[in-house]
Design a protein around this ligand. Structure first.
Ligand SMILES: O=C(CO)[C@H](O)[C@H](O)COP(=O)(O)O
Length: 220
């Protein structure tokens, strides 16, 4: 799937216009996009980044990383996804950057999502749904998620068995075993739980364009 990720990322460069400030997501597909952006770095004004990981890669290529508070609305956001349904609704957050990703998506006029074909599903939920939570609310939110979804939330751990800490200092719960029939309603319901920072369902604000890597890439 590596080649498909690269193909989708390269195609997304066609949406970048001279003088733009580009919103940039997180993940292995986006890493290819950042590398491609580096080749035209002198044509853009800079980027707004969704994670420390992407910030480092952007800066290493000489692309200025700007604060969303000083840029105003963005014309373009490019990011990957863990799942994408036929309505361009997404599950995101496999890289734990869902909150900043959601903020930038909301601030952007056009959200171009770049995926490999394995990310396409008919019904969202095979990929565990990430929820970022304030650490003290972790158990409370887990109980409420179980009550709402009847599916099992699991506290995300790193390779050493420690709880993952997001760039915002929070924890991640991954909800396993969902088949999400009404993504907008579930997104709203999870957002209502005290202690939830954000949920990795992008249904209220889906992608505008999905590029599926392949030869040639497909633009949906
Ligand atoms: O949501 C994300 C990070 O929080 C990523 O976009 C998602 O996990 C896809 O990653 P990759 O491109 O590595 O498959």
């Amino acid at each position: 799937m590596t080649e498909a990720k690269r193909q989708a990322a390269e195609k997304a460069i066609e949406y970048v216009e001279d003088g733009m400030i580009v919103g940039v997501g997180t993940g292995s597909t986006v890493a290819y996009f950042i590398d491609a952006l580096g080749r035209i770095g002198d044509r853009i004004k800079g980027a707004v980044s969704s994670s420390e990981q992407s910030t480092q890669r952007l800066r290493a290529l000489g692309i200025e990383v700007l604060d969303l508070n000083s840029t105003g609305p963005l014309s373009l956001y490019v990011d990957g996804a863990d799942e994408c349904d036929p309505h361009k609704r997404l599950i995101k957050g496999g890289g734990a950057a869902l909150t900043r990703e959601k903020i930038i998506a909301e601030a952007s006029e056009k959200f171009v999502c770049i995926v490999d074909p394995a990310k396409q599903v008919d019904v969202l939920g095979r990929f565990p749904l990430p929820v970022e939570v304030i650490p003290m609310a972790r158990s409370l939110v887990a109980r409420e998620l179980l009550a709402i979804t009847r599916a099992q939330p699991v506290w995300r751990q790193d390779a050493e068995g420690r709880g993952v800490v997001t760039d915002n200092g929070n924890a991640i719960l991954d909800v396993h075993g969902l088949a999400i029939t009404d993504p907008v309603a579930l997104e709203q319901a999870i957002n209502q739980i005290p202690g939830v920072v954000s949920v990795g369902l992008f249904a209220r604000r889906p992608a505008d364009v999905v590029i599926v890597g392949g030869e040639p890439p497909r633009v949906l």
